[in-house]
Design a protein around this ligand. Sequence first.
Ligand code: HAM
Length: 414
Amino acid sequence: MSSIGRIRGFSDILGQEARKFRFMEDRAHSVFSRYGFRELRLPMLEHTELFARSIGSDTDVVQKEMFTFPDRKGRHLTLRPEATAGAVRAYIEDKLYSGGGLTKLFTVGPMFRYERPQKGRQRQFHQVNAEAFGSASPLLDAEMILMLWTYLRELGLTDLTLQINSLGCRECQPVYAERLQDYLAHTDRSRFCADCQERAQRNPFRLLDCKQSQCQELMRGAPSMLDSVCSDCRSHLDTVLDSLQQLGIPYEVNSGLVRGLDYYQRTTFEIVSGAIGAQSSVAGGGRYDDLVRQLGGPDHPAIGFACGMERLSLLLEDPGPEVTDFYLAVLDPEGFSEGMRICEELRRKGWKGEMNQETASVKSQTRHAHRLGARFCLFLGQEELARESITVKDMSSGQQSQCGKEHLPDMLRQ
Ligand code: HAM
Protein backbone atom coordinates (compact mmCIF):
# COMPACT_ATOMS: atom_id res chain seq x y z
CA MET A 1 0.00 0.00 0.00
CA SER A 2 1.34 3.47 -0.79
CA SER A 3 2.24 5.64 2.18
CA ILE A 4 0.63 8.99 2.91
CA GLY A 5 2.86 12.05 2.74
CA ARG A 6 2.75 15.49 4.33
CA ILE A 7 0.57 18.29 2.93
CA ARG A 8 2.56 20.71 0.74
CA GLY A 9 3.86 23.66 2.78
CA PHE A 10 3.47 21.80 6.09
CA SER A 11 6.53 20.40 7.94
CA ASP A 12 7.45 18.00 10.68
CA ILE A 13 9.66 19.80 13.17
CA LEU A 14 12.14 17.48 14.84
CA GLY A 15 15.71 17.07 16.06
CA GLN A 16 17.79 20.26 16.09
CA GLU A 17 14.93 22.26 14.55
CA ALA A 18 12.62 21.24 17.41
CA ARG A 19 15.31 22.30 19.90
CA LYS A 20 15.56 25.70 18.23
CA PHE A 21 11.78 26.07 18.50
CA ARG A 22 11.90 25.17 22.20
CA PHE A 23 14.68 27.74 22.68
CA MET A 24 12.64 30.47 20.93
CA GLU A 25 9.58 29.64 23.04
CA ASP A 26 11.54 29.57 26.31
CA ARG A 27 13.22 32.92 25.54
CA ALA A 28 9.84 34.44 24.62
CA HIS A 29 8.38 33.37 27.99
CA SER A 30 11.41 34.66 29.84
CA VAL A 31 11.77 38.03 28.05
CA PHE A 32 8.09 38.91 27.66
CA SER A 33 7.20 38.10 31.28
CA ARG A 34 9.92 40.55 32.37
CA TYR A 35 7.93 43.27 30.56
CA GLY A 36 4.65 42.30 32.26
CA PHE A 37 3.15 40.16 29.46
CA ARG A 38 0.93 37.17 30.29
CA GLU A 39 0.47 34.13 28.11
CA LEU A 40 -2.72 33.71 26.08
CA ARG A 41 -3.51 30.46 24.26
CA LEU A 42 -5.91 31.07 21.43
CA PRO A 43 -8.03 28.67 19.37
CA MET A 44 -6.64 27.69 16.00
CA LEU A 45 -10.05 27.97 14.35
CA GLU A 46 -12.19 31.13 14.31
CA HIS A 47 -15.20 32.39 12.41
CA THR A 48 -14.08 33.52 8.94
CA GLU A 49 -15.78 36.87 9.47
CA LEU A 50 -13.34 37.73 12.27
CA PHE A 51 -10.44 37.75 9.81
CA ALA A 52 -12.39 39.39 6.97
CA ARG A 53 -13.39 42.26 9.27
CA SER A 54 -10.00 42.77 10.92
CA ILE A 55 -7.30 41.90 8.37
CA GLY A 56 -9.48 43.42 5.62
CA SER A 57 -11.45 41.78 2.82
CA ASP A 58 -9.24 43.39 0.13
CA THR A 59 -5.98 41.96 1.46
CA ASP A 60 -4.16 39.03 -0.16
CA VAL A 61 -4.38 37.16 3.15
CA VAL A 62 -8.19 37.22 3.16
CA GLN A 63 -8.74 37.03 -0.61
CA LYS A 64 -6.26 34.29 -1.48
CA GLU A 65 -4.48 32.79 1.47
CA MET A 66 -6.95 31.57 4.06
CA PHE A 67 -7.75 27.93 4.74
CA THR A 68 -11.52 28.33 4.94
CA PHE A 69 -14.15 25.60 4.99
CA PRO A 70 -17.70 25.03 6.17
CA ASP A 71 -18.22 22.98 9.34
CA ARG A 72 -20.91 20.29 9.53
CA LYS A 73 -23.57 22.95 10.02
CA GLY A 74 -22.38 25.04 7.08
CA ARG A 75 -20.74 27.81 9.17
CA HIS A 76 -17.63 29.34 7.61
CA LEU A 77 -14.54 28.67 9.68
CA THR A 78 -10.91 29.62 9.05
CA LEU A 79 -7.61 28.28 10.34
CA ARG A 80 -6.05 31.41 11.80
CA PRO A 81 -3.66 33.14 9.37
CA GLU A 82 -2.36 35.34 12.23
CA ALA A 83 -3.00 35.87 15.94
CA THR A 84 -3.92 39.55 16.33
CA ALA A 85 -7.56 39.14 15.28
CA GLY A 86 -8.04 36.27 17.75
CA ALA A 87 -6.31 38.23 20.53
CA VAL A 88 -8.67 41.18 19.93
CA ARG A 89 -11.67 38.85 19.91
CA ALA A 90 -10.53 37.38 23.25
CA TYR A 91 -9.85 40.87 24.65
CA ILE A 92 -13.44 41.87 23.89
CA GLU A 93 -15.20 38.58 24.61
CA ASP A 94 -13.35 37.79 27.86
CA LYS A 95 -13.39 41.47 28.93
CA LEU A 96 -9.64 41.38 29.44
CA TYR A 97 -9.76 45.16 29.97
CA SER A 98 -11.87 44.91 33.13
CA GLY A 99 -8.85 45.29 35.44
CA GLY A 100 -8.14 48.74 33.93
CA GLY A 101 -4.74 49.94 32.75
CA LEU A 102 -2.75 48.10 30.12
CA THR A 103 -3.46 44.53 29.06
CA LYS A 104 -0.32 42.82 27.78
CA LEU A 105 -0.56 39.39 26.20
CA PHE A 106 1.69 37.06 24.28
CA THR A 107 0.94 33.92 22.36
CA VAL A 108 3.00 31.35 20.47
CA GLY A 109 1.78 28.85 17.90
CA PRO A 110 1.04 27.77 14.34
CA MET A 111 -0.61 30.00 11.72
CA PHE A 112 -1.90 28.99 8.29
CA ARG A 113 -1.66 30.82 4.97
CA TYR A 114 -2.14 29.31 1.54
CA GLU A 115 0.96 30.89 -0.01
CA ARG A 116 3.41 29.48 -2.56
CA PRO A 117 5.92 27.58 -0.40
CA GLN A 118 9.59 28.54 -0.67
CA LYS A 119 12.55 29.09 1.67
CA GLY A 120 11.18 30.95 4.72
CA ARG A 121 7.58 30.68 3.53
CA GLN A 122 5.35 27.79 4.58
CA ARG A 123 1.62 27.18 4.58
CA GLN A 124 1.80 26.21 8.25
CA PHE A 125 4.28 28.45 10.02
CA HIS A 126 4.75 29.54 13.63
CA GLN A 127 4.71 32.93 15.25
CA VAL A 128 5.71 34.43 18.57
CA ASN A 129 3.18 37.24 19.09
CA ALA A 130 2.86 40.07 21.59
CA GLU A 131 -0.04 42.50 21.89
CA ALA A 132 -0.54 45.45 24.29
CA PHE A 133 -3.96 47.06 24.68
CA GLY A 134 -5.06 50.28 26.39
CA SER A 135 -2.57 53.05 25.61
CA ALA A 136 -2.01 55.35 22.63
CA SER A 137 1.30 56.63 24.02
CA PRO A 138 4.25 56.58 21.62
CA LEU A 139 6.33 55.43 24.59
CA LEU A 140 4.44 52.13 24.46
CA ASP A 141 5.46 51.80 20.79
CA ALA A 142 9.08 52.32 21.78
CA GLU A 143 8.80 49.81 24.63
CA MET A 144 7.26 47.18 22.34
CA ILE A 145 10.09 47.62 19.87
CA LEU A 146 12.59 47.51 22.74
CA MET A 147 11.06 44.23 23.96
CA LEU A 148 11.24 42.76 20.44
CA TRP A 149 14.83 43.94 20.06
CA THR A 150 15.76 42.45 23.46
CA TYR A 151 14.12 39.16 22.50
CA LEU A 152 16.11 38.97 19.27
CA ARG A 153 19.34 39.86 21.14
CA GLU A 154 18.68 37.13 23.68
CA LEU A 155 18.28 34.68 20.82
CA GLY A 156 21.80 35.74 19.85
CA LEU A 157 20.69 37.63 16.70
CA THR A 158 22.37 40.95 16.06
CA ASP A 159 22.73 41.51 12.33
CA LEU A 160 19.19 42.79 11.81
CA THR A 161 17.64 46.04 10.61
CA LEU A 162 14.62 47.76 12.12
CA GLN A 163 12.49 49.59 9.54
CA ILE A 164 9.78 51.92 10.74
CA ASN A 165 7.02 54.04 9.23
CA SER A 166 3.76 55.79 10.07
CA LEU A 167 0.54 54.90 8.26
CA GLY A 168 -1.43 57.83 9.68
CA CYS A 169 -4.67 57.79 11.65
CA ARG A 170 -8.41 57.80 10.92
CA GLU A 171 -8.13 61.58 10.22
CA CYS A 172 -5.19 61.64 7.81
CA GLN A 173 -5.60 58.25 6.09
CA PRO A 174 -8.58 59.54 3.99
CA VAL A 175 -6.48 62.56 2.94
CA TYR A 176 -3.72 60.24 1.78
CA ALA A 177 -6.25 57.95 0.04
CA GLU A 178 -7.39 60.98 -1.97
CA ARG A 179 -3.81 61.84 -2.96
CA LEU A 180 -3.30 58.22 -4.05
CA GLN A 181 -6.52 58.31 -6.10
CA ASP A 182 -5.26 61.50 -7.79
CA TYR A 183 -2.02 59.73 -8.63
CA LEU A 184 -3.87 56.68 -9.95
CA ALA A 185 -6.14 58.89 -12.07
CA HIS A 186 -3.00 59.92 -13.99
CA THR A 187 -1.71 56.36 -14.37
CA ASP A 188 -2.72 53.85 -16.99
CA ARG A 189 -4.85 51.51 -14.83
CA SER A 190 -4.91 48.78 -17.44
CA ARG A 191 -1.21 48.13 -16.72
CA PHE A 192 -1.96 47.03 -13.14
CA CYS A 193 -2.63 43.38 -12.33
CA ALA A 194 -6.30 42.32 -12.27
CA ASP A 195 -6.45 42.43 -8.43
CA CYS A 196 -5.08 45.97 -8.28
CA GLN A 197 -7.42 47.20 -11.00
CA GLU A 198 -10.26 45.89 -8.90
CA ARG A 199 -8.96 47.29 -5.59
CA ALA A 200 -7.90 50.71 -6.88
CA GLN A 201 -11.24 52.39 -6.17
CA ARG A 202 -12.18 50.58 -2.95
CA ASN A 203 -8.83 50.37 -1.16
CA PRO A 204 -5.97 52.15 -2.96
CA PHE A 205 -3.57 51.41 -0.04
CA ARG A 206 -3.47 47.78 -1.13
CA LEU A 207 -1.82 48.77 -4.41
CA LEU A 208 1.22 49.82 -2.40
CA ASP A 209 1.53 46.29 -1.07
CA CYS A 210 1.12 44.32 -4.32
CA LYS A 211 3.89 41.78 -4.99
CA GLN A 212 3.53 41.94 -8.82
CA SER A 213 6.56 43.63 -10.37
CA GLN A 214 4.54 45.69 -12.89
CA CYS A 215 2.39 47.11 -10.05
CA GLN A 216 5.47 47.86 -7.90
CA GLU A 217 6.98 49.69 -10.89
CA LEU A 218 3.79 51.72 -11.44
CA MET A 219 3.54 52.64 -7.75
CA ARG A 220 7.17 53.78 -7.50
CA GLY A 221 6.21 57.40 -8.15
CA ALA A 222 3.17 57.38 -5.83
CA PRO A 223 3.05 60.01 -3.06
CA SER A 224 4.41 58.76 0.26
CA MET A 225 2.20 58.32 3.29
CA LEU A 226 4.78 60.00 5.49
CA ASP A 227 4.39 63.25 3.52
CA SER A 228 0.63 63.18 4.13
CA VAL A 229 0.35 62.33 7.84
CA CYS A 230 -1.22 64.94 10.14
CA SER A 231 0.85 66.84 12.70
CA ASP A 232 -0.33 64.57 15.56
CA CYS A 233 0.83 61.47 13.69
CA ARG A 234 4.13 63.14 12.77
CA SER A 235 4.83 64.10 16.37
CA HIS A 236 3.81 60.57 17.51
CA LEU A 237 6.39 59.10 15.13
CA ASP A 238 9.03 61.64 16.15
CA THR A 239 8.59 60.71 19.82
CA VAL A 240 8.94 57.00 18.97
CA LEU A 241 12.11 57.69 16.95
CA ASP A 242 13.49 59.88 19.74
CA SER A 243 12.91 57.14 22.33
CA LEU A 244 14.53 54.53 20.08
CA GLN A 245 17.56 56.74 19.72
CA GLN A 246 17.78 57.19 23.49
CA LEU A 247 17.44 53.42 23.95
CA GLY A 248 20.29 52.85 21.48
CA ILE A 249 18.12 50.98 18.96
CA PRO A 250 19.17 51.81 15.39
CA TYR A 251 16.36 52.25 12.85
CA GLU A 252 15.69 53.17 9.24
CA VAL A 253 12.58 55.16 8.38
CA ASN A 254 11.03 53.44 5.34
CA SER A 255 8.09 55.39 3.94
CA GLY A 256 7.31 52.46 1.63
CA LEU A 257 6.61 50.08 4.53
CA VAL A 258 2.85 49.52 4.21
CA ARG A 259 2.34 46.01 5.70
CA GLY A 260 -0.11 43.54 4.23
CA LEU A 261 -2.93 43.85 6.76
CA ASP A 262 -5.58 46.58 6.78
CA TYR A 263 -5.85 47.23 10.52
CA TYR A 264 -2.65 49.25 10.96
CA GLN A 265 -2.49 52.92 11.85
CA ARG A 266 0.37 55.16 12.86
CA THR A 267 3.54 53.26 13.83
CA THR A 268 4.36 50.18 11.74
CA PHE A 269 7.67 48.34 11.76
CA GLU A 270 9.51 45.33 10.45
CA ILE A 271 12.75 43.60 11.35
CA VAL A 272 14.59 42.39 8.27
CA SER A 273 17.62 40.20 7.74
CA GLY A 274 19.94 40.24 4.76
CA ALA A 275 20.95 36.61 5.33
CA ILE A 276 17.86 34.52 4.59
CA GLY A 277 16.92 35.32 0.99
CA ALA A 278 13.76 36.85 -0.47
CA GLN A 279 11.56 36.24 2.58
CA SER A 280 13.64 38.65 4.63
CA SER A 281 11.13 39.94 7.18
CA VAL A 282 11.62 38.06 10.45
CA ALA A 283 9.16 40.17 12.44
CA GLY A 284 6.51 42.77 11.79
CA GLY A 285 3.98 44.77 13.71
CA GLY A 286 2.39 48.09 14.47
CA ARG A 287 -0.49 50.01 16.01
CA TYR A 288 -4.10 49.05 15.39
CA ASP A 289 -5.87 51.78 17.37
CA ASP A 290 -9.30 51.32 15.76
CA LEU A 291 -9.54 47.54 15.62
CA VAL A 292 -10.98 46.82 19.07
CA ARG A 293 -13.77 49.34 18.47
CA GLN A 294 -14.40 48.08 14.92
CA LEU A 295 -14.88 44.56 16.26
CA GLY A 296 -17.49 45.74 18.75
CA GLY A 297 -15.29 46.40 21.80
CA PRO A 298 -14.42 49.56 23.71
CA ASP A 299 -12.44 52.32 21.97
CA HIS A 300 -9.06 51.04 23.18
CA PRO A 301 -5.88 51.62 21.18
CA ALA A 302 -3.40 48.77 20.81
CA ILE A 303 -0.07 47.75 19.34
CA GLY A 304 1.65 44.42 18.70
CA PHE A 305 4.12 42.42 16.68
CA ALA A 306 4.80 38.89 15.52
CA CYS A 307 8.05 37.07 14.76
CA GLY A 308 8.17 34.23 12.22
CA MET A 309 9.81 31.30 13.98
CA GLU A 310 10.83 29.42 10.81
CA ARG A 311 12.65 32.54 9.58
CA LEU A 312 14.31 33.15 12.97
CA SER A 313 15.34 29.50 12.97
CA LEU A 314 17.24 30.03 9.70
CA LEU A 315 19.37 32.57 11.57
CA LEU A 316 19.94 30.59 14.77
CA GLU A 317 23.08 28.57 15.24
CA ASP A 318 22.72 24.81 15.47
CA PRO A 319 22.26 23.95 19.13
CA GLY A 320 24.53 20.86 18.81
CA PRO A 321 23.51 17.33 19.76
CA GLU A 322 21.33 16.65 22.78
CA VAL A 323 23.36 15.71 25.87
CA THR A 324 22.83 12.20 27.21
CA ASP A 325 24.58 11.46 30.49
CA PHE A 326 24.37 7.70 30.53
CA TYR A 327 23.29 4.62 28.71
CA LEU A 328 22.69 1.56 30.88
CA ALA A 329 23.37 -1.68 29.04
CA VAL A 330 21.66 -4.60 30.77
CA LEU A 331 23.49 -7.74 29.66
CA ASP A 332 21.39 -10.38 31.44
CA PRO A 333 17.56 -10.61 31.39
CA GLU A 334 17.61 -11.03 35.18
CA GLY A 335 19.02 -7.51 35.47
CA PHE A 336 16.14 -5.62 33.82
CA SER A 337 14.17 -4.71 36.93
CA GLU A 338 17.34 -3.76 38.85
CA GLY A 339 18.42 -1.75 35.76
CA MET A 340 15.14 0.17 35.74
CA ARG A 341 15.55 0.98 39.42
CA ILE A 342 19.11 2.28 38.88
CA CYS A 343 18.06 4.38 35.89
CA GLU A 344 15.16 5.88 37.80
CA GLU A 345 17.38 6.81 40.74
CA LEU A 346 19.86 8.54 38.42
CA ARG A 347 17.05 10.39 36.61
CA ARG A 348 15.58 11.53 39.93
CA LYS A 349 18.98 13.10 40.64
CA GLY A 350 18.74 14.97 37.33
CA TRP A 351 20.86 12.76 35.05
CA LYS A 352 19.57 12.13 31.55
CA GLY A 353 19.76 8.57 30.28
CA GLU A 354 18.10 5.42 29.11
CA MET A 355 18.52 1.64 29.05
CA ASN A 356 17.80 -1.31 26.78
CA GLN A 357 14.58 -3.31 27.07
CA GLU A 358 15.80 -6.25 25.01
CA THR A 359 19.09 -8.08 25.48
CA ALA A 360 21.89 -7.37 23.03
CA SER A 361 25.65 -7.93 22.91
CA VAL A 362 28.17 -5.65 24.66
CA LYS A 363 29.43 -4.56 21.25
CA SER A 364 26.08 -3.49 19.84
CA GLN A 365 25.09 -1.75 23.09
CA THR A 366 28.37 0.18 23.21
CA ARG A 367 27.74 1.25 19.62
CA HIS A 368 24.27 2.39 20.62
CA ALA A 369 25.71 4.39 23.56
CA HIS A 370 28.03 6.12 21.07
CA ARG A 371 25.13 6.89 18.75
CA LEU A 372 23.22 8.50 21.62
CA GLY A 373 26.28 10.60 22.49
CA ALA A 374 26.20 9.22 26.06
CA ARG A 375 29.01 10.40 28.33
CA PHE A 376 29.01 7.08 30.21
CA CYS A 377 28.00 3.57 29.30
CA LEU A 378 27.01 1.53 32.38
CA PHE A 379 27.06 -2.27 32.19
CA LEU A 380 24.91 -4.52 34.33
CA GLY A 381 25.62 -8.22 33.78
CA GLN A 382 25.60 -11.31 35.96
CA GLU A 383 28.90 -10.41 37.60
CA GLU A 384 27.73 -6.91 38.51
CA LEU A 385 24.42 -8.27 39.83
CA ALA A 386 26.27 -10.68 42.10
CA ARG A 387 28.63 -7.94 43.39
CA GLU A 388 25.93 -5.25 43.59
CA SER A 389 28.08 -3.04 41.44
CA ILE A 390 28.12 -1.45 37.98
CA THR A 391 30.84 -1.29 35.34
CA VAL A 392 31.25 2.31 34.22
CA LYS A 393 32.84 3.15 30.89
CA ASP A 394 33.84 6.74 30.25
CA MET A 395 32.98 7.07 26.57
CA SER A 396 35.44 9.85 25.79
CA SER A 397 38.55 8.28 27.39
CA GLY A 398 37.45 4.66 27.02
CA GLN A 399 38.46 4.02 30.66
CA GLN A 400 36.46 1.40 32.54
CA SER A 401 36.02 0.96 36.30
CA GLN A 402 33.84 -0.81 38.83
CA CYS A 403 31.58 1.16 41.10
CA GLY A 404 29.27 0.25 43.99
CA LYS A 405 25.69 1.13 43.06
CA GLU A 406 25.32 3.63 45.91
CA HIS A 407 28.39 5.57 44.65
CA LEU A 408 27.18 5.81 41.06
CA PRO A 409 25.75 9.39 41.22
CA ASP A 410 29.01 10.66 42.78
CA MET A 411 31.06 8.88 40.18
CA LEU A 412 29.06 10.42 37.30
CA ARG A 413 29.38 13.86 38.93
CA GLN A 414 33.18 13.54 39.04
P1 HAM B 1 2.87 39.52 9.36
O1 HAM B 1 3.87 40.53 8.87
O2 HAM B 1 1.86 39.05 8.41
O3 HAM B 1 2.19 40.18 10.62
O4 HAM B 1 3.63 38.27 9.93
C1 HAM B 1 4.64 38.41 10.92
C2 HAM B 1 5.81 37.52 10.60
O5 HAM B 1 5.37 36.17 10.41
C3 HAM B 1 6.54 37.85 9.30
O6 HAM B 1 7.45 38.89 9.50
C4 HAM B 1 7.22 36.54 8.98
O7 HAM B 1 8.42 36.43 9.72
C5 HAM B 1 6.22 35.52 9.50
N1 HAM B 1 5.44 34.95 8.38
C6 HAM B 1 4.36 35.46 7.78
N2 HAM B 1 3.91 34.65 6.81
C7 HAM B 1 4.73 33.57 6.79
C8 HAM B 1 4.79 32.36 6.01
N3 HAM B 1 3.89 32.07 5.08
N4 HAM B 1 5.80 31.48 6.29
C9 HAM B 1 6.71 31.74 7.24
N5 HAM B 1 6.69 32.87 8.02
C10 HAM B 1 5.72 33.77 7.79
C11 HAM B 1 1.23 39.57 11.35
O8 HAM B 1 0.93 38.41 11.28
C12 HAM B 1 0.63 40.50 12.39
N6 HAM B 1 -0.45 39.77 13.07
C13 HAM B 1 1.67 40.98 13.37
C14 HAM B 1 1.11 41.87 14.42
C15 HAM B 1 0.84 41.53 15.71
N7 HAM B 1 0.72 43.12 14.25
C16 HAM B 1 0.21 43.57 15.38
N8 HAM B 1 0.27 42.62 16.27
